[in-house]
Design a protein around this ligand. Structure first.
Ligand code: PLP
Length: 381
């Protein structure tokens, strides 16, 4: 298949070793060689999430399944949930929680911004929330939330409230220390900073949240995503024993195991990897701003390091610009937020496009394509 450089905010470009791990002959999900790799992937997930005491769940599905799993296992009908909204993924997570009977309050900021810590503190004082959810990086706005500070406020104001972090566009690239910061659920999908093809829902659940899920009054409102069903399966695979509840995505798990090994081992440490994403993000944003473009987040300290959301200059239209960039062999994403979609575009910078940039040159190729396309659209840099 003809390939254009995929610089959207997920799926991202894949490392060849990760892809090769999937090219296996038919493999049983209880083959000892697979059990070893699945067990290893579960252990590595704990490391990547900085969650030595957490329980990983790796289930066939996409990032959205981790929302369903969180809501269906932790929220009982009538429970109050506070959703901190910094883009449309917050709104959609809220919608998901409502489906399971949660009574949702939204705390939102204007597009491009995030609620202040004072606003979050005030909201938490309104009622006893069972759960607070926050999107680390909202992929629709490119806004980054300050998770460590938010967690500290929740612990101070409402220590019984569970904290769920949508890390779909951050895990593996933005700093997260799940245990240290006291996050109860951290969620992601395989196709973003983990650099694995789409198809795996990956999440780590704290002991405290697991107890809540296992001791809830009403039955979990999900069959496939039930923690009760998956917990023994995860435990067995980790103990290198065969197990079955629903067939795992064998080849994707093999790819995940390779990708997580790279994350943990390559270039020294995960902190170095986070620093590489900050540097790549600064390079993209500095370059675009030096041409006179304006990024969507209202300040750099609120801007994600995994993608850049940037406004079109006046006179440049999405169809013409994105078509021209694509013609130069680079795929970018248009705007996603329903109210603002036509005003901005998004550039993803995660995983190999960042950590192997000096070898692959993805960022320079992408910036070069953006520059030429803007000029062809009549914009004077
Ligand atoms: C922040 C965020 N949350 C959740 C999702 C949903 O993930 P998926 O598309 O893998 O279901 C996405 C997808 O882009 C996302 O960016």
């Amino acid at each position: 298949m003809a390939h254009k450089l995929c610089m959207i905010p997920g799926p991202v470009e894949f490392d060849s070793e990760v892809l090769q791990a999937m090219a296996t002959p038919a493999t049983s999900h209880v083959d000892p060689a697979f059990i070893e790799k699945f067990g290893s992937a579960i252990e590595l997930t704990r490391k990547v999430f900085f969650a030595p005491t957490g329980q990983p769940f790796i289930i066939a599905g996409s990032g959205t399944l981790t929302w369903d799993a969180t809501a269906a296992n932790l929220v009982e009908p009538g429970d109050h949930v506070l959703v901190i909204v910094t883009g449309v993924f917050g709104d959609w997570f809220a919608e998901c929680i409502s489906v399971y009977g949660g009574k949702v309050d939204l705390l939102r900021a204007p597009f491009g911004d995030r609620p202040s810590l004072d606003q979050i503190e005030a909201a938490l004082k309104q009622k006893p929330y069972k759960l607070v959810t926050v999107t680390h990086v909202d992929t629709s706005s490119g806004v980054l939330n300050n998770i460590e500070e938010i967690c500290a406020i929740v612990k101070k104001v409402s220590p019984a409230t569970l904290i769920a972090l949508d890390g779909v566009c951050s895990v593996g690239a933005e700093a997260i220390r799940q245990d240290e910061w006291g996050i109860d659920v951290v969620m992601t999908g395989s196709q973003k900073a983990l650099g694995v093809p789409p198809g795996l829902a990956v999440m780590v659940v704290s002991k405290r949240a697991l107890e809540v899920a296992l001791n809830r009054k009403s039955a979990p409102t999900t069959y496939f995503a039930s923690f009760k069903k998956w917990l023994p399966i995860m435990q067995k695979y980790e103990a290198r024993q065969a197990s079955y509840f629903a067939t795992p995505a064998v080849q994707l798990v093999l790819a995940l195991q390779v990708s997580l090994s790279q994350l943990v081992a390559a270039q020294g440490s995960l902190d170095q990897r986070f620093a590489q994403h900050r540097a790549a993000s600064a390079k993209v944003k500095d370059t675009l701003e030096s041409w006179g473009l304006k990024i969507v987040p209202v300040a750099r300290d609120r801007a994600a390091n995994t993608l850049t959301a940037v406004y079109y200059p006046s006179g440049v239209t999405p169809a013409e610009f994105l078509g021209k960039v694509s013609g130069k062999g680079v795929l970018l994403a248009g705007g996603l937020h329903p109210e603002h979609a036509a005003k901005y575009f998004r550039v993803g910078h995660m995983n190999v496009s960042v950590v192997n940039d000096s070898m692959l040159g993805h960022l320079d190729v992408t910036l070069g394509a953006i520059k030429s396309a803007l000029q062809e659209c009549g914009f004077k840099l």
